[in-house]
Design a protein around this ligand. Structure first.
Ligand code: MSP
Length: 654
């Protein structure tokens, strides 16, 4: 490369809303490996990450913790920075959306869009999901709940500013249809076209008045900028766009890759390009929507017996083990499941057996056969040429995969070279050569070739693992930075004469069953801790929920009911529809979200408690005339509530 070409890569900015788990490390580790790879290739890389700190969700979490919102966020952000340090994340900048320069730039952007007519004032009525910070139309709801997260939504009406998304409909459609590189993997293109773009882009609500934890709209300060204009613009404000010094922006924009989880592809491939079009700025070259790391069937769960705390995993097994697992295990672009077992197997198999043993055996043999000094090669046989060919081809293979963002495949290419090198030991049997003085020259060649292969493997591992490559260089006595560079990935470097050092093991073999039991214990401990925290929160809540007098309680009419009939509600996994005798002339029709816990057959004949004076509502087109009471634990498990002795339908609950 003559002049250093620039490469700008970003992660999404993280919501600092609680504890971090290994799922949150996924995007960041992937981006880190790409950034490190590009740097070693000679690119001038800018890697951006940060935190998305405004909005109602964060405000509520901080309120629940009883801490002023900024103090709460500072604590969580510091913890995140500690995590990135632990995981050797080589970001060039960490942006916080509460940073002064960002807030000022957002205000400038908002004002400009308003003045040029891309933002206008109106009022909004919609179903709002607080955790997702998204408005939905009634038809978008699934079972009356948020289509993204399945939680309750509230009907909300408020005066708002709107961004004219509709104006950019044609350009956005053309972008996704014509520029196949823009949105990857390709499956996401149809998702966006069919689900959002072709049905027609709606103008986007971009301000809120119901809370004030956000960037104030400068010309109408009872409004705060609603999350996406504030959040998405971080990719340009971090480079100084909208400030006095925009030299970084001029140098690095447009982004080469916005790496995002699949649930925020819509915001990055539709809303963000529209905002950039309105600002008359170039579009990012690529948005890549990766899949999720799942824990069982959930995106994140502490209840499945898996350790999800990255601090604990790194402490026990090392940073390289966690980085390797994240990069290697999940087919990139798709969802993948984390389990303790697959994690430990990767450590024992790929890292300890394949890589660790190759290095330790080789170093031990150089010590034993050549007094610890790497010998110069003396001859060449076919088997040597075959090894050299594999090692010389490795870089191109890895590079091709990295260019296509085939990250696990890039690691597979390296592991093929590791396997070839291990096989070379079996083929050349150095221990047998050592027994024959006449074969000392041959043995020297074999030992040199092994050390040289390992040097090349350590070089190419540097973007992926951050501790082991340096340890390997130390073991091979390699100090010269040139011999650690991508440029030196050609077999035959001058490493003979180097003194090897045994040093510490790269990875220690784990007793799988013992370790799994140990991990279960830790997970159990974590679960207990989470429960204790939950309990504490609930106790605190008891204090904050206002007491009510008996007259208020008596407004609720509760009666014993008997289930006469019950059936599943079509196209609604969670719902059952029951006919319940509440001692009235006609049985009531009641829809309840209990299908996960009870079959229709089980329901028939059961006594239940019914709230009979609840306003009827239509659920999935069925008029539901009351509510069946259930107990619910902190994991959301439900159990019907019933009188202990058999009671006549219609009996009062007092
Ligand atoms: N704040 C928004 C992004 C705004 S970007 C302008 C947000 N934050 S987040 O904290 O919820 O998610 C940050 C990233 O972490 C997303 O890419 C998300 O997909 C990723 N992950 C969070 N949990 C994850 C898994 N369990 N698995 C893989 N990635 C996951 O969205």
């Amino acid at each position: 490369m003559d002049k250093k070409e620039k490469f700008y890569i970003t992660t999404p900015i993280y919501y600092p809303s609680g504890k971090w788990h290994i799922g949150t490390c996924y995007t960041t580790i992937i981006c880190d490996a790409i950034a490190r790879f590009k740097r070693l290739q000679g690119y001038d890389v800018f890697y951006l990450t940060g935190t998305d700190e405004h909005g109602q969700k964060i405000l509520k979490v901080a309120e629940a913790a009883g801490v002023p919102v900024k103090d709460y966020i500072d604590g969580v952000v510091n913890n995140l920075k500690d995590l990135w340090k632990l995981l050797d994340i080589s970001y060039d900048k960490f942006i916080r959306t509460t940073d002064d320069y960002h807030e000022k730039a957002v205000q400038k952007i908002f004002t400009r869009l308003y003045e040029q007519g891309d933002i206008y004032k109106s009022s909004y009525e919609g179903w709002y999901c607080t955790p997702c910070e998204s408005f939905w139309t009634k038809t978008q709801l699934v079972d009356g709940k948020c289509p993204d997260c399945g939680r309750e939504v509230q009907l909300t009406k408020e005066e708002s500013y709107f961004f004219k998304m509709s104006k950019y409909q044609d350009r956005i459609q053309k972008l996704i249809e014509d520029n196949k590189e823009f949105l990857q993997p390709a499956t996401r293109q149809n998702e966006m076209l069919n689900n959002f773009i072709k049905p027609g882009l709606q103008d986007l609500c971009v301000s809120r008045t119901s809370f004030d934890w956000g960037v104030k709209v400068p010309f109408d300060p009872k409004h705060v900028v609603y999350v996406w204009i504030d959040a998405l613009t971080n990719y340009i404000t971090a480079l100084g766009y909208g400030s006095d010094d925009d030299s970084l922006f001029k140098k690095y924009w447009p982004a080469d890759i916005h790496m995002v989880g699949k649930e925020i592809v819509r915001f990055h491939s539709i809303i963000w390009p529209a905002i950039l079009m309105a600002l008359d700025l170039p579009l990012p070259k690529k948005v890549y929507g990766h899949g999720w790391l799942l824990f069982g069937n959930d995106k994140m769960s502490k209840s499945k017996g898996n350790i999800v705390d990255p601090f604990i995993l790194c402490d026990r097994y090392g940073v390289d083990a966690l980085r390797y697992y994240m990069l290697r295990e999940v087919s990139f672009g798709q969802d993948g499941s984390y389990t303790n077992e697959t994690f430990l197997k990767r450590i024992n198999g790929d890292l300890c057996n394949d890589l660790g043993n190759l290095v330790s055996r080789t170093v031990a043999m150089v010590e034993q056969y050549f007094g610890g000094v790497i010998p110069a090669p003396k001859d060449v046989e076919d088997v040597d040429n075959d090894l050299k060919q594999t090692l010389n081809a490795m870089y191109k293979d890895v590079q091709d995969n990295m260019d296509k963002l085939y990250i696990p495949e890039a690691l597979e290419s390296i592991w093929r070279a590791i396997a070839r090198t291990n096989k070379y030991i079996d083929e050349t049997t150095p221990w047998a050569l050592n027994k024959d003085e006449a074969k000392k020259g041959r043995l020297a060649t074999v030992m040199y070739n092994l050390c040289e292969s390992i040097r090349m493997i350590a070089i190419i591992l540097q973007p992926f693992l951050t501790k082991s490559p340096e340890l390997i260089f130390e073991k091979l006595g390699i100090k010269d930075a040139c011999l650690k560079s991508f440029e030196s990935l050609a077999f035959g470097a001058k490493i003979d004469g180097n003194k090897v050092n045994k040093g510490i093991n790269l990875f220690n073999r784990l007793d799988l069953n013992k370790e799994l039991a140990e991990m279960d214990k830790i997970a159990e401990e974590q679960k207990k801790q989470a429960k204790a925290e939950q309990k504490k929160k609930m106790e605190e809540n008891v204090v904050t929920i206002p007491e009510i007098g008996i007259e208020e309680f008596e407004k609720v009419q509760l009666k014993v009911g008997k289930v006469l009939e019950c059936q599943k509600v079509e196209k609604a996994d969670k719902l059952l529809c029951s006919k319940i005798d509440c001692g009235e002339a006609e049985p009531r029709t009641i829809v309840s979200g209990i299908a996960k816990y009870y079959t229709p057959e089980e329901m028939v004949g059961k006594s239940v408690i019914v709230v009979t004076n609840l306003k009827p509502v239509k659920l999935r087109g069925i008029l539901s005339q009351g509510m069946v009471l259930c107990a619910s634990d902190e994991e959301g498990k439900l159990s019907l509530v019933a009188p202990i002795a058999e009671m006549k339908p219609g009996s009062d609950i007092r």
